[in-house]
Design a protein around this ligand. Structure first.
Ligand SMILES: [Zn+2]
Length: 324
């Protein structure tokens, strides 16, 4: 019996926790990873605390302050996951909490980045649609000037604001000025209180046109509206996409999906949209760990591209776009 996506989310969380005990011995990168080092453009190493009941369900919830030893255990798990997949750099999604001291919500990611060895973890800053006052934006710019973040993120859908609402515009301007992309959550969400109309990828066309000097990334390639997303990529030179979270679950779930032909079927569907975009060089590998095992997800994304594009999708494009 197939799990619903929400059930798979819970299963993936359990697996992420169990993984800390189950996987023994030094992590070794397998075949593909020996050839190149990968960039994972979409991971969560802290609980993002998105509104709408995700707090309890998200796999990272137990790693919050109620378990003081948890960050270290989490760091070892992250190292293990990334090493096995050959990932040497990863972009870490922010928490939906900002303060005067931490105007982009990156404090916890910076702390985790210090604990994790062998993998460079790059924080992504939160573009908060309710914080656009001059003082806040001034503090945001100070962080950007320090070079502490590689991108900004807008949680469309989870937060009920359109990408073109006035509150986001100063963030797009700042991102363009400091030459970092803005990543949008696009497509389906895992929160019951999210409103998906805000996360439709077609809406990004409007900001892509209005801010030609800013680069934008459609996280999840707008799934399930991938043809709309493909059109936005095709039309706008400044729009990119990551391929995370098309499928989620633990290693057993991915093995079952392989058996049932689900991986092949979904990869074919995505391939069609990639072809329509005529821009295979504008796609990024992202695992959305811990929602999927990094190695299994890497192999799934590999199926979407012929080998000549793997270098770009699994690192080259991300290194250029995020200036890693
Ligand atoms: Zn994510």
């Amino acid at each position: 019996m197939r799990l619903s996506r929400r059930e798979a989310l819970r299963a993936a969380g359990g697996a992420a926790l169990a993984g800390m005990c189950l996987q023994s011995g030094p992590a070794r990168a397998d075949d593909a990873a020996d050839e190149m080092t990968l960039v994972d453009a979409h991971v969560h190493i802290i609980n993002s605390r998105l509104p709408g009941g995700l707090g309890k369900e998200t796999p990272l919830a137990p790693f919050d302050k109620d378990q003081p030893e948890a960050p270290l255990r989490l760091a070892r798990t992250v190292e293990d996951q990334m090493r096995r997949a050959g990932v040497t750099e990863a972009l870490c999604m922010p928490r939906v909490e900002v303060s005067d001291d931490d105007p982009l919500g990156i404090r916890h990611n910076l702390a985790m980045a210090k604990l994790v060895e062998g993998v460079k973890l790059h924080p992504i800053g939160l573009a908060h649609p309710e914080r656009f006052d001059r003082d806040h934006l001034k503090r945001v710019e100070e962080v950007l000037e320090r070079g502490d973040v590689k991108a900004l993120k807008a949680y469309l859908g989870y937060l009920h604001y359109d990408p073109y609402c006035p509150a986001y515009r100063p963030y797009f301007k700042l991102a363009g000025k400091h030459n970092i992309p803005v990543i949008f959550h696009t497509g389906d969400t895992y929160s019951r209180t999210a409103k998906v109309k805000f996360a439709h990828p077609l809406k990004i066309d409007e900001v892509a046109v209005d801010f030609p000097d800013t680069k934008f990334v459609l996280a999840h390639f707008g799934n399930p509206w991938i043809m709309d997303a493909a059109e936005v990529l095709y039309k706008n030179a400044n729009v990119f996409a990551d391929l995370s979270a098309f499928l989620i679950g633990d290693a057993a779930a991915f093995a079952a999906m392989e058996q049932e032909g689900v991986l092949a079927r979904v990869a074919e569907r995505v391939k069609e949209a990639i072809a329509f975009s005529e821009a295979p060089h504008k796609f990024l590998f992202g695992s959305d760990w811990p929602l999927a095992p990094v190695t299994a997800y890497r192999d799934f994304v590999k199926r979407m591209f012929p080998p000549q594009h793997h270098g770009a999708v699994f690192g080259g494009t991300a290194r250029e776009l995020f200036r890693l």
